[in-house]
Design a protein around this ligand. Structure first.
Ligand code: ADP
Length: 431
């Protein structure tokens, strides 16, 4: 074999080897490609099953929500209705979802409740779950009472993107409650009238006697003076009689006053915050009716006060009603009442009822506590005067202030501990 053919053989072997390596590589690549090709549909079918499951879940949730007998709705932060179920559509008298979805919920909230509704929405979007009542005017102008349980709805990152509300119609319940309240008010009014009537008849009867005697003695004196048949000496006896009878009349009135004061005051250690909350409960309805919001800033760590709770309720109630009326009469754009309680010195608690109304004119500031002083067309002018008597009979003080934002009434009540130490001190002085 010559070297030329050797070289050719060598070249052929090298070429064959490289070809084999190249073919193997291509084969491997093709195999990989097939594998990848096979895997793609696998992945796709994986995606599809996740999607299916999601759709199935959504369908299931939708079926539950749509067959839910209560109204379930989602609202955006500005009040836009995003979703509502068929029960919700029926609740607002909507014929189809488009009648309410995309519209603001405020279009079915009574005007005096819009601000309260907004405040509750703000609380939900701040992360709170709240329950609130409001009056609704449906799309066909029917007036209904509603109660909503609302909670924030968060996305995967925890961001609140909607309000989830479950609302039900509580109109019948409200009407029954209102009827019971009216009935109770009427009963209290009749009871008060009959007690006052009885007392007035009793006082008139008691006073009639000394007054008739005064009239008779005076008439006798005048007659005898006119006819000139009486001496100065003889005048003295009937005039003494007149004085005595007048004093008796005064005594009767004093008794009545003492009776009214003593018989009605039944004090015991009371939680002032509890009294405030009780008043808020029964004045809330009236406040809402006049679009007034009530805020409480109650110090939770207060000692007990020595009080007749019914009487103190009456005082706070008078002050709250006056604030509601003042703001409604002045048509104040912002209507808020804040009730605060805090410690006052070592042995008293101060209760403050502040409003955002027109305030009290400096010229009448000194008269507001006077009996029969009123600036209202149908006012009686007894509320503040009675309130002051009640507070003073408890050993407290009341004062009115008028600043830039409205009027504020503050009164103090002695704490039970303060009262005890005072009594102990008084007892030790007497012994
Ligand atoms: P009435 O409510 O029958 O008028 P009150 O003794 O309760 O009797 O009140 C006397 C007056 O005090 C009211 O007519 C009003 O002029 C004034 N007043 C009381 N509270 C307020 C208030 N919060 N804001 C403005 N004025 C008030």
């Amino acid at each position: 074999m010559n070297t030329g053919s050797d070289m050719l053989w060598l070249a052929l072997v090298v070429l064959g080897g490289s070809l084999a390596v190249a073919l193997t590589l291509v084969g491997v690549l093709l195999l990989r490609l097939r594998e990848v090709e096979q895997r793609i549909p696998e992945k796709e079918s994986g995606h599809e099953s996740v999607l299916d499951r999601l759709l199935e879940n959504e369908f299931r949730l939708r079926t539950i929500i749509e067959s839910e007998p209560e109204c379930v709705k989602l609202q955006a932060e500005d009040g836009t209705v995003l979703e509502i179920n068929p029960a919700g559509l029926r609740l607002v008298d909507a014929n189809q979802p488009a009648d309410i979805i995309g519209r603001k919920i405020y279009s079915v909230v009574a005007p005096e409740y819009i601000e309260i509704y907004r405040e509750n929405m703000r609380r939900v979007f701040a992360g709170e779950a709240v329950v609130y009542e409001f009056r609704a005017i449906t799309l066909t102008n029917r007036i209904r009472w509603m109660e909503t349980h609302a909670a924030p709805l968060r996305d995967a990152r925890g961001h609140i993107y909607a309000l989830l509300g479950i609302t039900r119609d509580i109109t019948e319940h409200k009407q029954a409650e209102e009827q019971a309240r009216r009935h109770q008010t009427e009963l209290a009014r009749v009871a008060r009238l009959s007690t006052m009537g009885e007392m007035a008849t009793g006082i008139a009867h008691e006073l009639n006697q000394p007054l008739s005697a005064i009239a008779n003695f005076s008439r006798g004196c005048i007659r005898r003076l006119r006819s000139g048949e009486i001496t100065t000496e003889e005048m003295i006896e009937p005039l003494v009689e007149v004085c005595e009878q007048a004093e008796r009349a005064g005594e009767i009135l004093r008794h009545v006053r003492d009776f009214v004061r003593k018989s009605e005051l039944k004090t015991k250690p009371m939680d002032i915050n509890q009294i405030v909350r009780a008043v808020v409960k029964f004045t809330e309805h009236e406040a809402r009716h006049h679009r007034t919001m009530m805020h409480l800033q109650l110090d939770p760590k207060l000692p007990k006060v020595e009080a007749d709770s019914i009487m103190i309720e009456q005082v706070i109630c008078n002050l709250v009603r006056n604030a509601v009326e003042a703001m409604a009469e002045a048509n104040s754009p912002r209507r808020e009442i804040t009730i605060r309680t805090h410690l006052f010195g070592n042995d008293a608690i101060e209760i403050e009822i502040g409003d955002t109304g027109p305030g009290i004119d400096e010229a009448i500031m000194d008269q507001v506590f006077d009996q029969f002083f009123t600036t209202k067309p149908d006012g009686v002018g007894m509320g503040l005067s009675i309130s002051r008597s009640i507070i003073e009979s408890h050993g407290g003080h009341v004062r009115a202030e008028s600043g830039g934002t409205g009027a504020s009434f503050r009164f103090t009540l002695p704490t039970s501990e303060g009262q005890t130490t005072k009594h102990e001190r008084a007892d030790s002085l007497h012994s």
